[in-house]
Design a protein around this ligand. Structure first.
Ligand SMILES: [Zn+2]
Length: 410
């Protein structure tokens, strides 16, 4: 008996698997294990031969054996089991709206929470379709349980159709993606894919293989505090010196002033007094050269400040976080993008190549040796009570995944 993608999805969103950015354990929350265990069972039930549950680290891996032994490659599919700590994922109570009429959707009458077409105009793209929303009190968990359900349905279809030729297919479900630790303990050998796709995007047809290059910068100013009455020529006010640093960065290169491929400096926190002051920044740019220039600008502003106020007045500790996967995909793996484009077109979907203004597990996997672009899930407004999924999109995405899995490269 086969389970359709929506049934699976509704089952998975009922399981609380919120991750926690403040936790120091791995996985960050125990509840993610509940999800892992169910996925492990479901993969076995589908009839996959090799299913591995790394119980300690909370990863689930599975393999669909090749039906055509002459295919030399193994393509993989990855989705994450956790949901964002930004919003509760407990007691998700989905509302299913069939034949959506394009009007505002009342999520919660008592709390007067409305999913409004004014705020989210792309809701109109789903007119006539089936929309699955929250009841306004939790997130939906479509990010990324829509991706999980779609990969599961793809696997079930391929296992029950051994007459369709394809190579070996690898599947992995990861914990803690939302807290940036999704591939920290990922086992590439068990996974066994030559390249893979994360199924963790949004609107149908989106294909993403460019993300930010990312770094963090910790700035510290050491001031000199002296009684203000006797301060002339002696006091160095750390907070004011930090202000000089901050105002030396270009004002139009902040998150609130940028979009598309425009990079930025983002001030995360600022703490200071006369004696000392610290500022935390993140630096983002799709272009590697511009990314390096951004880091150099921070260092040269520090140098100017030190020339003015004395050596070591300000220090900068810059650490790279992750890089744009484009650098890994463009040289040899553009066929992955080509395959995704063809699979979408063959399913009647207009493909859209978009840059990600963030990072993905796939970006880090790409640098671990498994090039890994991102595909859409058919869900919107992740991390929020306004999250929703479109049933017809999810159905179509299963077909796209099957087509990609069966794009043979001998
Ligand atoms: Zn996600």
């Amino acid at each position: 008996m086969s389970t359709n993608v929506i049934e699976r999805f509704l089952k998975y969103i009922k399981i609380n698997s919120t991750s926690d950015e403040h936790s120091s354990s791995f996985p960050s929350t125990e509840c993610q294990r509940d999800m892992a265990e169910i996925l492990y069972k479901d993969l076995k039930e589908i009839g996959l031969s090799k299913v591995v549950y790394d119980k300690e680290n909370c990863y689930v891996y599975a393999t669909i054996p090749a039906t055509d032994e002459s295919v030399k490659e193994t393509v993989g599919f990855v989705a994450h089991m956790d949901t964002s700590p930004d919003m509760s994922g407990e007691n998700v109570n989905p509302q299913i709206i069939e034949n959506y009429d394009g009007e505002d959707i009342l999520l919660n009458k008592e709390l007067n929470i409305v999913l409004s077409v004014t705020d989210f105009p792309y809701l109109k793209d789903c007119i006539g379709k089936t929309i699955i929303t929250t009841d306004g009190t939790t997130l939906l968990g479509a990010d990324d349980k829509a991706g999980i359900a779609e990969i599961m349905s793809m696997a079930e279809y391929l296992v029950s159709h051994p007459e369709i030729p394809h190579g070996k297919i690898a599947i992995a479900f990861t914990p803690d993606e939302e807290v940036g630790a999704g591939v920290d303990r990922f086992n590439i050998e068990i996974f066994g894919a030559d390249y893979a796709y994360t199924v963790d995007g949004s609107s149908i047809g989106e294909i993403e293989f460019e993300n930010f290059n990312a770094a963090s910068a910790l700035l510290k100013v050491n001031g000199r505090n002296i009684h203000p009455g006797a301060a002339k020529g002696k006091m160095k006010n750390a907070s004011l010196i930090m202000q000089e640093f901050i105002s030396s960065l270009p004002e139009n290169e902040r998150p609130e002033n940028t979009e598309g491929y425009e990079g930025f400096y983002h001030l995360l926190s600022l703490n200071g007094c006369v004696e000392n002051c610290t500022a935390e920044y993140i630096i983002r740019d799709h272009d590697r050269e511009k990314f390096e220039k951004r880091k150099n600008l921070i260092l040269s502003i520090c140098e100017k400040i030190n020339n003015k106020y004395g050596c070591c007045t300000i220090t900068a500790e810059i650490k790279d976080s992750y890089y744009n996967m484009r650098q890994k995909i463009e040289p040899d793996f553009m066929f992955l993008i080509e395959r995704a484009i063809l699979a979408n077109k063959a399913s009647g979907i207009e493909p859209k190549i978009l840059p990600i203004r963030g990072g993905t597990d796939g970006a880090r996997l790409s640098y671990m040796g498994v090039p890994c672009p991102n595909l859409s899930t058919g869900a919107f407004n992740g991390h929020s009570r306004y999250e929703y999924a479109c049933a017809e999109y999810m159905d179509q995405i299963v077909k796209v995944l099957i087509k990609i899995a069966c794009s043979i490269n001998k």
